[in-house]
Every structure is written in structure tokens, then in C-alpha cells.
Design a protein around this ligand. Structure first.
Ligand code: 26Q
Length: 824
């Protein structure tokens, strides 16, 4: 008979209060009399954590006994944001908590905002991993995430005198959401050398010896599904000096200081997240991070498989490993090493198992973001892995040679080893050769990779190895949590919250396009969201913005290809236009607030210059009496997941204006439309599919197409560059010092005017300005605008990460959901 678990956790307000108070008084050893918001946050989190832990243990037990295939999602980034709000909503007890906290004298919003964001990622790729964890748990897939437990996440951004300043993000002071597993420790080897031995059967085996050992310690984070019985596990590895090594050295040399130094060197591996987004810089420590994490994860996965006592040939039937970009590619090599060197399988059988286990998602076509590692660096750090890579390459090239006899150039092009000085290992090729499926993240992007970086590989393997899975976002965080009032309004019309787990249900909203009360309430909610953002802006920047103005938002990592420079140059054009207008003309203009946010990689000088230009323009425009409310320009400091939850619901229009063919997908575009904002964008990434879904009349597209970019660039380089005349006026104003010392912006301007305008800012400028004029016009008809917004939201069902995960599960992973048996 089924027995109720002794600790089901609270369900009523009173029980929640009891649990929270108990944790404050005992777990935290604090008196209720000096219980501040932080203590209330801690107590409430521990109360919710207890609930999650019960489900988590049950889920893990169920998955162990189920004897079915699991997914392992390997990502160097998990941009999780806050956990408490999410946990409350997922277990369906936020209202209970709100009432309980109120009794205790707190506002739930203040308590929630005590939590430090878990910011273990840079941008889109890391947030995608977090959305996927949410969807996998919600859809009851037996899935684990594997990542690194960085001591410092992405830096905090301060804007000081209009410049970005980076501040370390030490986030682990008090983190109730992680469970250290000191008993789960893996020895990870680096450096050393390879020798050959005969085993008992006379077989020649490679042995990797010497070098140094670092310990990987597991920290587990529970990932609750939305109102499902599944709570999955995210396992993050932390580096520590190996106990054996540390003691041994101390003993050996008596040099205490040196061994403390060793200890610190070991801990450096998981100390900090590399803050580059879409830019690779071959630092040895980054390669160390990658191997440390891949080796620890693989050891864990293999150990779990071995408990099942199945034959190795069954490994791909029990294990699917998804590579989030090429960052975990060494996992491929590590599995081959385990199977051949440690488990004694023959090479060919092992390689078949490896290929059937792995799949690889590509997130970029841009050459500067493609990972390559120098052969000498790899030789030194991972000598055995380099040998395996050479062997894989040799067998691959033999196969290609048979298929394309005498095509020497083909062999040179597809070789894993680039014959440069020094030689380089091309990780995207290794990932492709070691996987059974490779996917891009939006249709255009998946087509582009097939015709560019993987063109030869499509010839070699045939087109079926390459596929598309268009990205998605979790509607739980990005609608229900970020925009609770809109979620509630939708639920009241659709008769419940089913749309949160089947987002296509939103299409029923189109039936309410004539419902006056519904529309009025929709508009009120948008306005309230804008008021909230305006409040945040005045609190943090001192700039007062009018919530009735059109909010025009671009928040994402700062990168030349994303073209924040196009946006700010357009804003300057608007400013100059306003300045040239008569008072009468100005009255007809729709007031605007241009909102920017996002971090620049600390070494990306041009991106930092863009931030400085935005701030400098804001300084001038916001204090110009001629302009008043007609234009305000603000930079929101330290854009992160929890800020996005405030910003996304407050947009009227958001900018997704990358040079066509450069943004693999984009996911904030989806978030903004799902929250009732419209988009101005280029025909790039997922914008194209958003257009297909919402209809061309509900999106503002502009600019050159991906297919024309190459020719335009070529033309620029052969003397036919013509600066757009409106843009020329903008540059004149900058050069005249209208926004402070012009020298600070020389390089930015000349990258466009003198150095080939690689990102086509000038080519797209006129189209961009004209399209913004259309936006102004459209916004004047508030009724028509509202109809566009509601229609768009109703057609966003496709962009749920649930759809996306189902596609991965069916087309790539071949895994089934696991739900508990019903027992009475
Ligand atoms: C690589 C080597 C060394 C150091 C850093 C890196 C590195 C780190 C992060 C390279 C790339 C990234 C991040 C890439 C990224 O976020 N790509 C985005 O992925 C999203 C999810 O698929 C897409 O929506 C975006 O279009 C894409 O830019």
C-alpha cells in the first residue's frame, strides 16, 4: 500500500509560516526580533527547498529504477537567475507564501528581490540552457544538466561617468539552492605523458601517466518542473586540490606555502566564468575548465551506466549527451579514451558508441566565435586526448579519401587539424564527426551552417545528419513569473492556465479581439509594467521617463554584429530631427524612450565605446529643454535575468537588428513578443519564423537580406562604399562635439566610414530610419497597435521551449518522459 511520505511539506499559510520561522530560528540561528528581509528570504527559501527536496529524491529514485534512457545536457553556462520565485510558482504555492510573508510583516516582492541572481552564463546560450532545464523537468524527461560551479559568475556592470566598470560577482555567500556532495569527488588528471604497455592478452594499450591531479566536487541544484512530479538535477563541478596530492607534497617537501599555492591553483579552475560572448580567445585555463568539467561529467555518467551491468553496446540506448555548442567537445574524446584505454573495447566499436551517444548544437556561424585550440597547448595539457584526436582524424580522412578520391583540397578543408602555425584543433569539426546529429538553432541559421562551415560535411555524411531545432523560451518564467497580471488575464479568458504548458492554446485569444474590457485591461497591464520600469529607471539613473511614451528597448550583450551602434546613431538622427522642428511640428510627434542595456566583454573595446556613446547621448538629450518628453535615452546598468523580468513586460517595441545572417536565433525577441510588445528587426535568426507566425503586418522588418550581405561587403572593399547622407549628418554632429569629446568616438565612426562597414550600418540606415517612422505612425493608432500586440501573443505558441525540447527528444535524443505510476 502506498504510504504518505512523512514530510510532504507545507500546504497552508500557517504551515508555511511555521516552517519559515523554524528555519530562521534554528537553521539560521536568528532571533525573530531582528528578522530582516534577507533573513525572511533565507527562511522562506529553506521552507520551499524542503518541499523540492522531497520531490527531487523521489524523482531520482524513480529514474534509477526505471531503467530507461536519460539525457545529459552539457553546458558551460546556465544563466538561471533567481530560484525562489520560480520554486513558489512551480509548486503552486506563491499565494500561500505571499499571505504568510504578509503575516510576518513582509512584502513578497521585497523578499524575492533579496536573492542574488545565479548568473553562470553570458547571454543567449546560457539562458537557453536554463529554459531547457525548466522544460525538461516540466515535460518529465529524465534529464541532468552538467556544468561548472563558478565562484564568480558574469561580472556586475556599473556605469561610472558613462563608462562600463566590471565588478566581481561573488554570489555564493548564502546559496540555499545548492547541495554540496563531498562524497562525490572525481580525480581529474592534467599534463603528464603517454606510454605504451602490453596487457595480459598481449594487446598494446596506452597509459596516461604523471602530471597533476585536481579534484572535482559535485554540487547539486534541484530543478523543479512546473506542477509536475519531476524535479531534475543540475550537477555543477567545483575544483579543489586533490587530497592525496596536497598531503603528499606537504609531506615530501615540507613546504607549506608552496602547497597552499597548489591548492589555490587547483581552485582557480572553477573560479570564474569567461565573460566573452561570441568571441573565442584560446586561453589555457579555459581549456582546463572544459576538460575538468567534461571528464568529471563523463566519469559520473559512465559510473551510473556501469551500475546497470549492461553491455557497452547498450550505452547509447541509456545515455544521450547533448553538447551546448563546441565547449564540451572534449567529452567526445574522453568517452573514446574511457572505452578504449580503460575498458578495453576495440577502437571501431568504441567509436560507434561515441557517435551514437553525442549530438551537437551549433550557436554561431561567425568565424571569430568558432573554437580552435592550439596543438602544442593541447599536447602539453592533454597528451592522450591529442593522440586520440589524431587517430579520429586519420580514420575520418581515410573515409573521405575513399569517397572523394584525389580531392586533396577537400582533405585539407575538412581535416580536424588546421595546418597553420601553430597547428590548431577545429572543435566544430571534431564535434560534428563525433556526433550522430548536428543542429542549428533557427531555420535560417541551420540553412546557413549547411552552406558555409559544414558544407563539405553535408557532402560527406549526407543532409540527414544536419537538422534544425528552432530555439524557444519557457513561458513559466517569461510570462507567468515576469508578467503575472498578463498571465492571469489570459487565464481568465482561456478558462485556466493550461496555456502555460501548451502554449499553442494562446491562439484562442484571437476570439477576444473585440472584447472591450479585455483590451482595456490588457492596456492597463502594459501601462502598469511601464510604470514599474520607469520607477526602476528613476531609482537607478535619476532620469524621469514618461510611461505614456513609446518604450523602445534593446537589451542584450553588446556586440558589433547586434548593432547597438545602429540604434544609437538612429537615436541621434531623431534628436537632430527634433531639434530642427518647429514647435508645431513637435506637437505631432510621439514621445519616445530609448532604453539600452547589456554588458560588453571587458576586453572588447569597441563595444565599450558604444556604451559610452549611448550614455553621452543620454546626457545631452535628457537635459535639452527643446526636447523634453519627446525623447529620453537611458542605459540600464547591469542587465541580467532578474532585470529582464522587469524590462521585458514593459516594452512597446524592442530592437533585434543584427546584420542579416549573424544572429543565430535570438531568444529575447520571443520574450518581448510573448509579453505583448512588437519588434523592429532584420530578417535574421528567429525573427524570420516570428514573422511567419505572427504575420508580416505585425512586425517591423527592415534592412538587407542575408543573401546580399556578402556582395555588399565585397563592394565596400572594392571602393563602392557610399555613406548614407542622413548618417553623414549624424557623424558630423558627433565630430562637432555635440556629445562630448569627439575623439572618443573616432574609431567607432571610422569603422563604418573608413574600414569597410563590415556590419552594414550605413547600408541599412535609411531603411532603419524609415521603419522607425512607420513605428511612430502605427503607435498613434492605439487601437490598431493593441490589436497587433494581442494577435502576436496569440500566435507565439511555437516558441515555447517545450516544443523545442520535444523536438530534441524525438528527433535527436530518442528519450521518453517518465511519470510515476498512479497508485491509490
Ligand atoms: C568560447 C571560447 C572561449 C571563451 C568563450 C567562448 C564563448 C562563450 C559564450 C563563445 C560563445 C558564447 C555564447 C554564445 C551565445 O550566446 N550564442 C547565442 O546563442 C543563443 C541561443 O542559441 C542564440 O539565440 C544567439 O543568437 C546566439 O548568439
Amino acid at each position: 500500500a502506498w504510504k504518505k511520505h512523512s514530510a510532504q511539506g507545507f500546504t497552508t499559510k500557517e504551515q508555511f509560516e511555521d516552517e519559515t520561522v523554524r528555519h530562521v530560528e534554528t537553521t539560521l540561528a536568528r532571533s525573530l526580533f531582528n528578522c530582516d528581509e534577507l533573513a525572511a528570504y533565507s527562511g522562506a527559501s529553506l521552507a520551499f527547498r524542503d518541499r523540492l527536496v522531497i520531490e527531487w529524491n523521489k524523482t531520482q529514485q524513480r529514474q534509477t529504477f526505471a531503467d530507461q534512457k536519460r539525457v545529459y545536457y552539457l553546458s558551460l553556462e546556465f544563466l538561471m537567475g533567481r530560484a525562489l520565485d520560480n520554486a513558489m510558482l512551480n509548486v503552486g504555492l506563491k499565494d500561500v507564501a505571499r499571505a504568510g510573508l504578509k503575516d510576518l510583516g513582509f512584502r513578497i516582492e521585497d523578499v524575492i528581490s533579496q536573492e542574488h541572481d545565479a548568473a553562470l552564463g553570458n547571454g543567449g546560450l546560457g539562458r537557453l540552457a536554463a529554459c531547457f532545464l525548466d522544460s525538461m523537468a516540466t515535460l518529465n524527461y529524465p534529464a541532468w544538466g552538467y556544468g561548472l560551479r563558478y565562484r564568480y559568475g558574469i561580472f556586475k556592470q556599473e556605469i561610472v561617468d558613462g563608462y562600463q566598470v566590471e565588478v566581481p560577482d561573488y554570489w555564493l555567500d548564502f546559496n540555499p539552492w545548492e547541495f554540496p556532495r563531498h562524497d562525490i569527488t572525481v580525480d581529474i588528471q592534467f599534463y603528464g605523458h603517454v606510454s605504451r604497455h602490453q596487457d595480459e592478452d598481449g594487446k598494446n594499450v596506452a597509459v596516461w601517466e604523471g602530471g597533476e591531479i585536481v579534484d572535482a566536487v559535485a554540487y547539486d541544484v534541484p530543478i523543479p518542473g512546473f506542477q509536475t512530479p519531476t524535479t531534475n538535477n543540475l550537477r555543477l563541478w567545483s575544483s579543489k586540490a586533490s587530497k592525496g596530492e596536497f598531503d603528499f607534497q606537504k609531506f615530501n617537501s615540507g613546504d607549506y606555502e608552496a602547497s597552499v599555492g597548489d591548492q589555490q591553483r587547483a581552485e582557480t579552475i572553477s573560479a570564474v566564468l569567461y565573460p566573452n560572448d561570441n568571441l573565442e580567445r584560446g586561453k589555457e585555463l579555459r581549456l582546463k575548465q572544459q576538460y575538468f568539467w567534461c571528464a568529471a561529467s563523463l566519469y559520473d555518467i559512465v559510473r551510473r551506466f556501469k551500475k546497470s551491468k549492461k553491455a557497452w553496446s547498450a550505452f547509447p540506448d541509456m545515455v544521450a549527451i547533448q553538447l551546448n555548442d563546441t565547449h564540451p567537445t572534449l567529452a567526445i574524446v574522453e568517452l573514446q579514451r574511457i572505452l578504449v584505454d580503460l575498458e578495453g573495447l576495440d577502437w571501431v566499436e568504441a567509436w560507434g558508441i561515441v557517435q551514437n551517444t553525442f549530438s551537437y548544437a551549433n550557436h554561431t556561424v561567425m568565424p571569430e566565435a568558432l573554437e580552435k585550440w592550439s596543438v602544442p597547448v593541447m599536447q602539453n595539457l592533454l597528451p592522450r586526448h591529442l593522440q586520440i584526436i589524431y587517430e579520429v582524424n586519420s580514420q575520418f580522412l581515410q573515409m573521405v579519401e575513399k569517397q572523394f578520391p584525389k580531392d586533396r583540397d577537400m582533405l585539407r578543408r575538412v581535416s580536424i587539424i588546421e595546418e597553420s602555425q601553430p597547428k590548431m584543433v577545429r572543435m566544430a569539426y571534431l564535434a560534428t564527426i563525433g556526433s550522430h546529429k548536428v543542429n542549428g538553432v533557427a531555420e535560417l541559421h541551420s540553412d546557413l551552417i549547411k552552406s558555409t562551415i559544414f558544407k563539405d560535411f553535408v557532402e560527406i555524411y549526407g543532409p540527414d545528419k544536419f537538422t534544425n531545432v528552432t530555439n524557444g523560451i519557457t513561458p513559466r518564467r517569461w510570462l507567468h513569473q515576469a508578467n503575472p497580471r498578463l498571465s492571469e488575464l489570459i487565464a481568465s479568458k482561456l478558462g485556466g492556465y493550461e496555456f502555460l504548458t501548451d502554449l499553442t492554446k494562446l491562439n484562442k485569444l484571437e476570439h477576444f479581439l473585440d472584447d472591450k474590457d479585455f483590451k482595456k485591461e490588457w492596456q492597463e497591464i502594459k501601462y502598469a509594467n511601464k510604470v514599474r520600469l520607469a520607477q526602476h529607471i528613476v531609482n537607478t539613473t535619476g532620469v524621469r521617463v514618461n510611461p505614456k511614451a513609446l518604450f523602445d528597448i534593446q537589451v542584450k550583450r553588446i556586440h558589433e554584429y547586434k548593432r547597438q551602434q545602429l540604434n544609437i546613431l538612429g537615436v541621434i538622427h531623431r534628436y537632430l530631427t527634433i531639434k530642427a522642428m518647429s514647435a508645431e511640428e513637435r506637437k505631432k510627434l510621439a514621445p519616445r524612450v530609448s532604453i539600452f542595456g547589456g554588458k560588453a566583454a571587458p576586453g572588447y573595446w569597441m563595444a565599450k565605446t558604444v556604451i559610452h556613446l549611448v550614455c553621452s547621448v543620454g546626457e545631452v538629450v535628457n537635459n535639452d529643454k527643446d526636447v523634453g518628453d519627446l525623447l529620453k535615452v537611458v542605459y540600464i546598468e547591469d542587465y541580467n535575468v532578474s532585470k529582464a523580468e522587469i524590462i521585458t513586460p514593459a516594452s512597446d517595441i524592442s530592437e533585434h537588428i543584427s546584420t542579416a545572417g549573424t544572429e543565430a536565433s535570438g531568444t529575447s525577441n520571443m520574450k518581448f513578443v510573448l509579453n505583448g510588445g512588437l519588434i523592429i528587426g532584420t530578417c535574421d535568426g528567429a525573427n524570420i519564423e516570428i514573422t511567419r507566425e505572427v504575420g508580416e503586418s505585425n512586425i517591423f522588418l527592415f534592412g538587407n537580406l542575408a543573401e546580399d550581405v556578402e556582395d555588399l561587403r565585397h563592394a565596400h572593399n572594392y571602393g563602392s562604399f557610399k555613406l548614407d547622407p542622413d548618417l553623414a549628418k549624424v557623424f558630423d554632429a558627433i565630430k562637432d562635439g555635440a556629445f562630448g569629446d569627439a575623439n572618443r568616438f573616432t574609431a567607432l565612426c571610422s569603422s563604418i566610414t573608413d574600414h569597410g562597414d563590415y556590419y552594414l550600418v550605413s547600408d541599412d540606415f535609411n531603411s532603419y530610419i524609415k521603419t522607425h517612422a512607420l513605428v511612430d505612425e502605427a503607435y498613434k493608432d492605439q487601437d490598431a497597435w493593441l490589436e497587433k500586440c494581442i494577435t502576436s501573443v496569440s500566435r507565439m505558441g511555437f516558441f515555447s521551449s517545450d516544443r523545442c525540447i520535444q523536438e530534441y527528444a524525438e528527433m535527436i535524443w530518442n528519450v521518453e518522459p517518465l511519470v510515476p505510476e498512479q497508485r491509490n
